[in-house]
Design a protein around this ligand. Structure first.
Ligand SMILES: NC(=O)c1ccc[n+]([C@@H]2O[C@H](COP(=O)([O-])OP(=O)(O)OC[C@H]3O[C@@H](n4cnc5c(N)ncnc54)[C@H](OP(=O)(O)O)[C@@H]3O)[C@@H](O)[C@H]2O)c1
Length: 175
């Protein structure tokens, strides 16, 4: 089975973004993001794609980039899909062709909201600060998830790498 996972960093008040960028700079988190997603298909909303291209000058290297847009957006170096269902289906086809066992939802807020009912795994970086941003993670239903891994890291700011696994009965049908 090919797992659908999400990876996200969120503050204590579930803020994930400010002015189409991340509200913090945590190199260890970027490193973890890279090692977990490298080689695997990554699905994102049009705004997140634009913020990545603004930062890197190109789509995420070494990964198939799939962008969800309903506005006819053309994404150089990425595949544009009209909805979450077709994006996940296409990502899983690509993963199967390459013998991979996981595809990633990488944001932003609008796309996490669409994807949460279908996720198997959630890699959360909880950043231990409160931020006044403009993009927020929708609240997770705690009964649907169990924590299977946690690593608390001191720093400025401090943060925790948390892996959540869905309680299987709460998963909705495809994608
Ligand atoms: N902290 C983190 O881990 C993290 C991760 C990723 C992103 N972020 C942050 O999140 C923010 C961006 O999030 P966002 O919610 O504003 O934007 P987003 O989810 O990245 O993209 C929104 C766009 O996705 C498309 N879309 C949304 N719903 C759709 C649907 N049902 N069908 C088809 N297309 C749909 C639309 O594109 P069109 O307008 O082209 O139709 C919409 O404008 C930024 O601040 C970014 O830095 C944070």
């Amino acid at each position: 089975m090919i797992k659908t996972s999400a990876i996200i960093a969120a503050s204590e008040n579930n803020c994930i973004g400010l002015e189409n960028d991340l509200p913090w700079h945590i190199p260890q988190d970027l490193k973890r993001f890279k090692s977990l997603t490298m080689g695997k298909p990554v699905i994102m909303g049009r705004k997140t794609f634009e913020s990545i291209v603004a930062r890197l000058g190109k789509p995420l290297p070494g990964r198939d980039n799939l962008v969800i847009s309903r506005s006819g957006f053309e994404a150089g170096g990425a595949l544009v899909c009209p909805d979450i269902e077709s994006a996940v289906a296409k990502a899983k086809n690509l993963a199967e062709e390459k013998g991979l066992d996981e595809v990633f939802i990488i944001g932003g807020a609008q796309i996490y909201e669409l994807a949460i009912p279908f996720l198997d795994h959630f890699y959360l970086t909880r950043v231990h600060i409160v931020v006044n941003g403009d993009a927020f993670l929708p609240a997770l239903n705690e009964q649907d998830w169990r924590e299977i891994e946690r690593d608390d890291i001191d720093g400025t700011p401090s943060f925790s790498f948390i892996t959540l696994e869905r309680v299987s009965a709460s998963r909705q049908v495809a994608p």
